[in-house]
Design a protein around this ligand. Structure first.
Ligand SMILES: *Cc1c(COP(=O)(O)O)cnc(C)c1O
Length: 511
């Protein structure tokens, strides 16, 4: 066949034959490659090795750089050319500029002193998978656009569900983040409410739909209301107890009041591991209430869901099996590079009903085993995300991942103990996982001055470049958070942080 083609080309000739189009299926001629500026596989190999070497050094010495760059906003914009180049530039120059111009403006989430927000790690096996994902460049529209992409997603999410003790028959798919996943949950909830209204012969009024979540829930929950065009104030923020957990009796009261006021409650969102303190809502009690009022029950376990693989922490997930939708972020605390959210749905038909829209150019043959995720999701194209989760789950195994999580929890508990034992520090919330919430509270200092002192303290710690901490506000108290979640963090780093804490706190008091 190839031979025939070659013969024909030679005998008939092409009007444009000097443009060097090679129709025999080989790689482009060198001159053409020059013209289109493509990289040769040999060059790719060479620069690929350089990039991997750079990353290996980076992972070996993540402390080489300050955690946070000492730069002013706009500095990088000002330093780079105003326009993109007309002529392609040599790869070695681009790589050199990456190191010289870009890296100094990077906040190093890989630094063992990164303890802000939720510290995360894209572990090395995950990074390798990410390179392969980019290389394959699969775009999962339909099953047939990459059977491996679709089926590996089914396999890895089922594996994960098993580790977490979640129902294995749940529908699972990956999404780009917890915020996007919660949006899908609320879309399904809205669809279910619409269907319920139809069955009961009731009016369905979007402006009357009310959603319930705790005042400690992630902002992405309230944001789903904005995105879906539902009234923002219909996101009811339920009060919490002194351990920052949603109070189920307040939830019940709010629902009763709304029903009496002509509203249509449609969804309850519980959180396992709230963003400020990692508190855990009473999931089973919320499931009871959702059931008794026929409401959709969504559980956001973005960070703490990972802890469900630990037998000693699994009880925090109790009741989850009664959720309609559930999410966790392997990109937060399961060593998978950004981005990969695992999203599970007990009733995928609601999702499909809400989101299936198949244009003529995307019709495909129907086969029960050939799942087309686009029918269940807002995004059409999807990355081959599952490959990195597959690498991570296989490389570490459940035992390796458990060992990492347990070490993080141990380090956090150790730090929390220091806080508890020191008369001038106070813990503000419990530490069920690997985040410690606390503040400096020296004896004899007015409550009114404490917020400013603690603000100065965190600024002083972060200015050292050794650590990066973030803060929150709890009961109007400025609160420091130490979030352990980085695969490179060791006991010595936590010790050093405590040392700095003592040093900088007395400075913050007197400055
Ligand atoms: C981090 C977090 C989110 C947001 O996650 P993204 O993946 O960045 O969208 C949502 N909910 C909770 C509880 C979180 O901790």
């Amino acid at each position: 066949m190839a031979d025939d083609e070659t013969v024909r080309n030679e005998s008939e000739g092409f009007p444009n034959s000097d443009a060097a189009f090679d129709l025999t299926g080989g790689s482009p001629e060198p001159e053409l490659r020059e013209l289109i500026g493509d990289m040769s596989p040999d060059e790719f190999r060479r620069f690929g090795h350089q990039a991997v070497d750079w990353l290996a050094d980076y992972f070996e010495h993540p402390e080489r750089y300050p955690v946070q760059p000492d730069v002013t906003p706009g500095a990088l914009v000002d330093a780079l050319p105003r326009s993109a180049p007309d002529q392609g530039e040599p790869m070695d120059r681009i790589l050199a500029d990456f190191e010289r111009q870009i890296v100094p403006h990077v906040t190093h989430w890989n630094h063992p002193g990164f303890m802000g927000y939720f510290a995360t790690s894209g572990s090395m096996p995950g990074v390798l998978a990410e390179a392969l994902i980019a290389g394959l460049n699969n775009i999962g529209l339909l099953w047939k656009t990459s059977p491996a992409l679709v089926e590996l997603e089914q396999v890895t999410l089922r594996w994960l569900a098993e580790w977490l003790g979640l129902p294995k028959d749940w529908f699972g798919m990956t999404l780009a983040g917890a915020s996007v996943a919660s949006l899908h949950a609320v879309i399904a909830a809205r669809e279910a409410a619409k269907e319920q209204a139809r069955v009961n012969g009731k009016r369905f009024d979007l402006d009357k739909l009310t959603l319930y979540t705790s005042e400690q829930a992630h902002s992405s929950i309230e944001k789903t209301m904005l995105v879906l065009g539902l009234p923002r104030e219909n996101c009811r923020k339920v009060g919490v107890d002194d351990e920052f957990r949603m109070r189920a009796e307040l939830l019940e009261n709010l629902i009763q009041e709304d029903l009496a006021g002509g509203f249509q409650p449609f969804c309850i969102v519980g959180t396992i591991g709230t963003t400020s303190t990692t508190s855990v809502d009473p999931i089973a009690a919320l499931a009871d209430i959702a059931e008794s009022h026929s409401l959709w029950f969504h559980v956001d376990a973005a960070y703490a869901g990972a802890a469900g693989i630990l037998p000693e922490k699994r009880h925090y997930l109790d009741g989850c099996e009664r959720a309609d939708t559930f999410l966790l972020n392997p990109h937060k605390w399961l060593f998978t590079p950004m981005d990969l959210t695992a999203f599970y749905c007990r009733r995928p038909e609601e999702l499909r009903q809400a989101l299936s829209l198949v244009p003529a150019y995307l019709r495909s043959e129907q086969d029960e085993r050939a799942v087309n995720f686009m029918e269940y999701a807002v995004p059409l194209g999807r990355r081959f995300r599952a490959l990195k989760l597959w690498f991570v789950m296989r490389y570490f195994g459940r035992a390796g991942l458990m060992a990492n999580l347990r070490e993080h929890i141990r380090l956090a508990e150790g730090f929390g103990k220091r806080v508890d034992e020191h008369p001038d520090f106070e813990r503000i919330a419990l530490t069920p996982f690997s985040v410690v919430c606390f503040r400096y509270k020296p004896a004899g200092v007015d409550e009114g001055r404490l917020n400013a002192i603690n603000q100065r303290l965190i600024e002083a710690i972060n200015a050292t470049g050794e650590f990066f901490l973030s803060s929150t506000v709890l009961h109007d108290q400025f609160t420091l958070r130490v979030a352990i979640g980085n695969i490179h963090t060791r006991e010595k780093h936590v010790e050093r942080l405590w040392e700095l804490m003592l040093e900088k706190s007395s400075e913050a008091l007197t400055s």
